[in-house]
Design a protein around this ligand. Structure first.
Ligand SMILES: *[C@@H]1O[C@H](CO)[C@@H](O)[C@H](O)[C@H]1NC(C)=O
Length: 802
């Protein structure tokens, strides 16, 4: 079956031919509304705008259920039903309204067009008399690049949409080819002034080898920079090869500024058919952005927080509200007036309080620096100063900031605090400067705008606060929850100095084990409850692979620190000092599941093994579906499962794989070249999803059932070497009892034994889409839902036992 795929004949590039005068009509039952590429993958034509009678001239992926538009005619606007697009000899494509009035054309056409063509790559073009290309859609991209596309330009390449739904509005985010690098920048509307880039591709080649274009290789799936000497350097270094043979691919500059390369499985039988990101830039858009003139990513007075998907999530600080509820990026305004009054510069101090937040920063917008200065003085100074909106205090320095605040971001920084000024609850309505209730809302909005532009008159603005009071109360509740979570970090996870951990481990003396990410040492730290008692901990010294990624490390530690589940090993603290990255975990007394299962002459009891399997399943289910940030473990194996004093199983090392995905994947898979715990998609060019853990869980489950390793060359009989193969053979031959040998306890619980084996076989299906989710796995293990007969897990592989 596998070979069959390899011998498929090479498919030549073919085109759909569209003759002169060929036309399509928007929203007409009797005339075609679009043309299809030969394979039917792409459509070019009129696409109806949701909830409207208007259409846009676009290119889209036609075989994908969710509409994915990859191109639209620049400068064209939504057109009414009955509009008509025709291939003409003199003006190329011409778009007319239903009455024949001119709307749009491919103006660049100079020679006489003979016909139109539509390629399987998604490129629509026009040929001229000399068989040259008179125009092609690939030459005028919008926000997306497709495989096979090569854009030769310097300057703007892609322009993001204004929002996720508005196709025609141009957004602030742009992708440039500039100085030999690919750069992402915002522009300041309505001008095209470019702010400092928030992403610049590797420029090691840039000075010696100027660039002339950017392209997308369809066989490797790499984006590349085309240099003037014809060389190509990959843009997305280190990402996996995902060929457009098996996947639909695109790279889109999203409306929120992140440039993402996506894949979508072509196989219709794949269960998880959705666009998944295989590469994106920048790594942390919130932190890499630092513009001098402009708001940053999220808008003024906002906070940019990175989501798991590496997309920015924008929030208003407490006491602030969105300026325009229907546009996320308009920025936030305070729900109160600043309190500066003529002749009364500090009268307002008892009307305000400072809201202390951690890990929030606005690195620009400073107007005063006080140093050396104490924390209380800093707060006092801001409170007394009617110009001060925020004070940031760290070390011995106090930064006072004014509105509007720009470049707001969430960033972990245990050494500084932000104090956001807000009005004491209720004091606003008693303030003597209250406006009459006669002023209207528009008025308030205009004033709000002018305040943001630097005016200090802010009094009439109050009405808005009154109008929005209901909203404000709800919002404030929500925000306080967010901030409590964030500040909780400091309470839950401790930041250690290297020295402290050196002391705790007695100079890293007692080694507990060596894992895939580093060496684990035994140590003890102060219990932290005020007493002198000490708690035993396991301290993992991560090896040098982590050294390059200080920021990611912090992000990951935060994610790990937010997970709380009884089947996960608790992270107590970390150290991130110079070249040293260490993680401090709770110490578990009963060692690893590996030594428990394989280390004894006697098999552990069946009942206990069942419990362990359920525990690991629950921990994984939590990581995949229940914690606030989805975590793919990527390295589930008995060495990474620890047992507490009651033999409760807990997963360790979760959250670390993400840091290593780019750098270590290949070494890992090379080392474990046999079918061990590693899902087959690691060896292929498929995206890595939670299903890799389901696979490993299946292998682990078999090991727990059989009390033997997944690969054991010393075991008698060649057909038994690979546990997964042997288990499936036994299941197929109805000899499940052979799997547990003489385990009376397991045999007396035969129904459950059989169920567990069947679930394991479902989990190790070579096709990830056939594997159940962990939720379903748990329901099946617990006998809540029926387990159907699993198919052969390895239909594509040559089975080793021939
Ligand atoms: C795409 O990559 C392959 C493999 O590196 C190479 O042979 C081919 O020439 C590339 N195609 C383009 C258009 O760059």
């Amino acid at each position: 079956m596998f070979c069959f795929l390899l011998f498929l004949p090479h498919i030549a590039i073919s085109q759909t031919f569209i003759s002169l005068d060929g036309f399509i009509v928007a929203g007409d039952d009797k005339a075609p509304g679009h043309w299809l590429s030969p394979s039917g993958d792409f459509a070019f034509g009129f696409c109806q705008i949701e909830n409207s009678d208007s259409f846009l001239l676009t290119t889209w992926f036609d075989k994908i259920p969710e509409k994915t538009i990859v191109w639209h005619a620049k400068g064209s606007h939504p057109v009414p039903t009955g509009s008509r697009l025709v291939v003409t000899s003199g003006r190329g494509l011409v778009l007319n309204d239903p009455k024949g009035g001119f709307l749009w054309s491919t103006e660049t056409v100079v020679s006489r067009v003979t016909h139109g063509f539509f390629e399987d790559s998604g490129n629509f073009g026009l040929k001229d008399e000399r068989n040259g290309t008179a125009w092609e859609s690939f030459d005028s991209p919008t926000d997306t690049i497709l495989p096979g596309q090569e854009i030769q330009t310097n300057g703007v390449v892609l322009i993001a949409q204004r929002s996720g739904s508005d196709l025609t509005g141009e957004g602030r985010f742009r992708l440039y080819l500039q100085d030999g690098t690919v750069q992402l920048r915002t522009v300041n509307f309505p001008s095209t002034y470019q702010n400092e880039p928030y992403y610049v591709s590797d420029d090691s080649n840039a000075s010696t080898n100027p660039s002339k274009g950017i392209g997308f290789n369809s066989s490797t799936g790499y984006l590349y920079i085309l240099h003037q000497n014809g060389e190509k350097s990959p843009l997305a270094r280190g990402n996996k090869v995902v060929s457009s043979k098996d996947y639909y691919l695109r790279a889109t500059l999203e409306f929120d500024g992140v440039f993402i390369q996506y894949s979508y499985p072509k196989k219709t039988s794949a269960r998880e058919r959705k666009w998944s990101a295989i590469w994106s830039a920048p790594d942390n858009i919130c932190i890499t952005t630092h513009v001098q003139f402009g708001s940053g990513i999220c808008g003024y007075n906002r906070i940019c927080k990175l989501g798991v998907d590496k997309r920015p999530k924008c929030e208003c600080p407490r006491g602030f509200s969105l300026l325009n509820q229907s546009d996320e990026y308009t920025g936030c305004i305070p729900n109160f007036s600043q309190g500066c009054r003529v002749g009364d510069p500090s009268s307002s101090q008892d009307e305000f309080v400072l809201d202390e937040v951690v890990n929030i920063n606005w690195p620009t917008s400073d107007y005063e620096r006080l140093q050396p200065f104490g924390e209380d003085d800093c707060k006092d100074s801001c409170l007394r100063d009617c110009m001060c909106a925020v004070a940031i205090f760290g070390g011995d320095t106090c930064w006072k900031k004014k509105l509007p605040l720009s470049n707001g971001r969430y960033e972990i920084n245990p050494n500084s605090k932000a104090f956001v000024k807000m009005r004491k609850y209720g004091s606003e309505t008693q303030s003597p400067g209250s406006p009459s209730s006669g002023s209207n809302k528009d008025n308030a909005l205009i004033i709000a705008g002018s305040v943001l532009l630097g005016s200090s008159v802010f009094l009439n603005f109050m009405l808005m606060a009154a109008v929005g009071l209901g909203f404000f109360l709800i919002y404030q509740k929500k925000l306080s929850r967010i901030f409590v979570d964030e500040s909780g970090l400091d309470v839950n996870i401790r930041c250690f100095t290297y020295r402290e951990l050196e002391d705790a481990t007695n100079g890293f003396k007692e080694e507990l084990g060596r894992g895939s990410f580093g060496i684990v040492y035994r140590g003890d730290i102060e219990a932290g409850n005020g007493s002198n008692s000490r708690t035993e901990v396991a301290i993992k010294k991560l090896d040098r692979l982590f050294q390059e990624s200080e920021r990611e490390f912090k992000t990951e530690v935060l994610v790990i620190g937010q997970t709380h589940h009884k089947n996960l090993v608790r992270l107590l603290g970390y150290c991130n000092e110079g070249q040293n990255r260490l993680l401090v975990y709770e110490y578990l007394s009963n060692g690893t599941l590996a030594s428990f299962l394989f280390g004894n002459e006697m098999k552990p009891s069946w009942e206990r093994r069942v419990q362990i399997a359920l525990d690991v399943g629950k921990g994984l289910l939590y990581l995949h579906e229940e914690c606030s940030t989805q975590i793919i473990h990527c390295d589930i194996k008995p060495q990474n499962i620890l047992l507490d004093e009651n033999y409760g199983a807990r997963i360790s090392d979760f959250g670390l794989a993400k840091l290593l995905l780019l750098s270590q994947t290949h070494t890992n898979t090379a080392i474990r070249g046999t079918r061990g715990y590693v899902a087959p998609e690691w060896f292929r060019n498929s995206p890595i999803t939670v299903k890799v853990d389901v696979y490993s869980f299946g292998v682990l489950l078999l090991e727990i059932i059989c009390c033997r390793r997944s690969v054991d060359i010393e075991i008698g009989g060649e057909d038994k070497v690979i546990l997964a193969d042997w288990a499936y053979d036994c299941y197929r031959e109805k000899m499940i009892d052979a799997l547990v040998e003489n385990d009376e306890e397991a045999l007396s619980d035969f129904k459950r034994l059989e169920r567990f084996v069947m679930v394991a076989i479902w989990c190790i299906q070579e096709d990830p889409s056939l594997r159940p989710t962990m939720k379903k796995v748990m329901l099946m293990l617990e006998g809540i839902i029926q387990v159907s007969t699993p198919p052969c897990p390895f239909p594509f592989s040559t089975i080793s036992t021939v």
